[in-house]
Design a protein around this ligand. Structure first.
Ligand code: F6R
Length: 369
């Protein structure tokens, strides 16, 4: 049951620290060595793989887009991410050295299932990342890594998404370890950083009142735009998808670097624009660029809603609303940056009188193509 929460969605948002911790549990030993026993693909196959292809739909597709950054960075293997519904219709190049990763909460999504069948027919190995034990997608895959989010009842995916991300990071690290990627030595650091993420999410959740107030104040708006760069770009897409499906508003996510190639024409007075800001550390080039983007849209009247790391003072003067997230390594930032966007969409939908657990026209498990 809802355990005192107004909706399953709110309950599932609140469960995220535990869901993330459970998905990490027992998969890393004291030395930081990953022990993914469920992955039954021989090491030789993992070593000889020359490409990773991720297939998924909706929110799971966004997890895949983020995974690409981690997989390519940590393993140096090329990684493609494709909507499962498009995949088999374009005659994709697949062979026994292709490792396909199929991501699905339900394990029953027909588009993803048909794409994985196509991949296996071409001789590729398929690893499923799935939240539902014994469902069709893991049964038809060569191997499975289960996410331990627990049952997700609300139609909009929240805790399943964060655990899909964790599973993707684990797969990336596991591949790096098995393939002795040059980066291999640092795996222990990332594993320790991942272990601290549940606390970081807890801190985000403890401070959501201003996000709720903001969401309620926007209930008459028609459009909200979302901008991000690097791993913040798929986070922007996910924020927009949540708002569409729950609040029935026009919402679009863009890569911030694309603004001047078109989307900036949409900016008008008091248009709410949510911006996911990369960490000012490390990739400070991107940070500076997004700060300029925020200035550009604000100069054209946008109401800027800025999600930025604690201690990022440079961006503060340009934020009409500032949402702080804890400092975590850049590649892991989606695990904390997505949470306020979930709360934002849920609250805005509620303020508009919508039923958040059962949005109109949507089904939890899409078993037709
Ligand atoms: C969005 C949402 C959907 C699913 C998509 C894939 O909140 O829930 O976009 O992510 O239908 O579903 P699964 O992961 O079950 O394959």
């Amino acid at each position: 049951e809802k355990g005192g929460y107004a909706s399953f969605m709110l309950k599932e948002i609140a469960e995220q620290p535990r869901a993330v911790a459970d998905t990490l549990l027992g998969r890393v030993d004291a030395e930081g060595v990953l022990t993914l026993d469920e992955v039954r693909i021989p090491d030789a196959v993992l070593r000889e793989a020359d490409k990773v292809v991720i297939i998924a739909c909706g929110t799971a597709f966004h997890a895949g887009l983020i995974a690409k950054y981690a997989i390519e960075h940590w393993t140096r293997l090329p990684c493609e991410v494709e909507l499962a519904s498009e995949f088999r219709y374009r005659d994709p190049i697949l062979d026994p050295r292709t490792l396909v990763v199929a991501i699905s909460q339900s394990g029953e999504t027909m588009d993803t299932l048909m794409a994985l069948r196509h991949a296996r027919e071409q001789g590729a190995r398929v690893l499923a990342i799935c939240n539902t034990n014994g469902s069709t997608i893991p049964r038809e895959s060569d191997a499975v890594l289960y996410t331990h989010a627990g049952p997700e009842v609300a139609v909009a995916s929240t805790k399943a998404f964060l655990t899909q991300l964790v599973a993707c990071y684990l797969v990336a690290l596991y591949l790096a370890q098995r393939r002795d990627a040059k980066w291999g030595d640092e795996i222990g650091d990332v594993v320790r950083d991942l272990a601290r993420v549940p606390d970081a999410i807890e801190r985000v959740l403890a401070d959501m009142e201003p996000v709720r107030d903001l969401a309620r104040s926007l209930k008459e708006k028609e459009t909200v735009l979302f901008l991000g760069r690097h791993v913040g770009y798929p986070v922007a897409l996910e924020g927009a998808l949540k708002l569409k499906e729950l609040a029935y508003m026009h919402a679009e996510g863009f890569a911030a670097g694309e603004l001047k190639h078109g989307p900036i024409a949409l900016v008008e007075d008091d248009l709410p624009v949510v911006v996911v800001v990369p960490s000012p550390r490390g990739r400070s080039v991107l940070h500076g660029k997004i700060v300029s983007n925020i200035q550009e849209i604000r100069a054209r009247g946008a109401r800027t809603i800025v999600i930025a790391e604690e201690g990022d003072e440079e961006v503060a003067p340009y934020a009409d609303h500032l949402i702080r997230i804890p400092v975590v390594p850049t590649l892991l930032q989606p695990l904390v940056a997505t949470v306020p966007l979930q709360v934002f969409a849920c609250e805005l939908a509620t303020a508009r009188g919508n039923e958040v657990d059962q949005p109109r026209n949507l089904a939890k498990s899409v078993t037709v193509e």
